[in-house]
Structure formats: C-alpha cells, structure tokens
Design a protein around this ligand. Structure first.
Ligand SMILES: [Zn+2]
Length: 164
C-alpha cells in the first residue's frame, strides 16, 4: 500500500468519532513501516491494551477501523486461525476483535467480530516475512499473488459488513 501520513490515518477512521480519531495513539515509526509489503497497517494502542487499529486502502483511499479485543481470553492452549490471512496460532496469537459498525448502526451499538492475528501482522505472514510457530501456515497451492488477493478479499468483506 501507499505510505500514509499521520493526518491521512487520522482522517481515515470510519467507525469512531472525529474526537476519538484525533486522540488515538499512532505508531511512531510510520516512516519505517514496510509499506510495500502491507495490505493494511495494523497496530495496538500502547495506552489502551484492549484496542487495536487497522488502516487499509479502498478505492485508492485510506479506510481506518478501530478494533477492541477482550483483555483476558479463555482457551490459551487452543490453536485458532486468523480469518484474514489463515495463519493459525496458539497461546492468544489470534484474538476475536470487534469493530463498531460505521454510521448510525454503530452509534446504536452494533458491531462485527473478526478472528485476527493479535499482532496484526497478517500481510507479513502471507509474504513469509514473519514466520509463525511450526504448522502456522499450511502448504498452499495458491501463488503468493493469489494468497494476497484472498487476504485483501477477506478484509474487504469485513469492511462491507461494517457499512451494512
Ligand atoms: Zn492474520
């Protein structure tokens, strides 16, 4: 994706108030993020451990989503699969994140859940730039481009649900 500035990111959020978007913590290393290898930028909020954020591109514009995840999760030994990049992790490596919907539906308290890599590094797992624990990626018959397309397709489907 194209590198984003702090202002791009703050203006991109679709499911929180403008005030919230202005205050939330952004990564300090935006200049050093591996943008060429990212389908989305994801980060955890150092000041609010139950919050993460992701920003991706949709129709050539940045779209940001605020996510919450439970601070204590059951079933830590259990392996689960990320529904975006299909990597499996154990020990809390996958979390059920929830995103408030955009617009009126969100203000009325509606949200959408998504199982996702807790470290939000899906783009890097797909490209083999970050290696999960053994068995975390299964043998794929798809090419890398097809796997990337599948991941961005899964992300688009999730964004569609936020607007629904
Ligand atoms: Zn993932």
């Amino acid at each position: 994706m194209k590198p984003l500035t702090e202002q791009d990111i703050r203006n991109s959020f679709i499911n929180c108030s403008k005030g919230e978007a202005k205050r939330l913590s952004l990564p300090r290393d935006l200049d050093e993020r591996p943008w060429d290898d990212l389908d989305f930028l994801g980060w955890r909020d150092p000041g609010a451990p139950d919050r993460s954020y992701l920003v991706t591109e949709r129709d050539a514009r940045p779209v940001g989503v605020t996510l919450r995840f439970p601070s204590s999760q059951r079933g830590f030994l259990h392996r689960s699969m990320c529904s975006l990049c299909l990597t499996t992790h154990s020990g809390g490596g996958v979390s059920l994140m929830t995103a408030r919907k955009a617009g009126t539906a969100g203000r009325e308290g509606n949200s959408v859940g998504l199982y996702m890599c807790t470290d939000l590094a899906c783009s890097l797992y797909v490209r083999g730039k970050k290696i999960p624990e053994p068995g975390g990626r299964f043998e794929e018959s798809l090419t890398l481009e097809e796997q990337i397309a599948r991941t961005t397709g899964n992300l688009t489907a999730f964004l569609d649900k936020l607007y629904a």
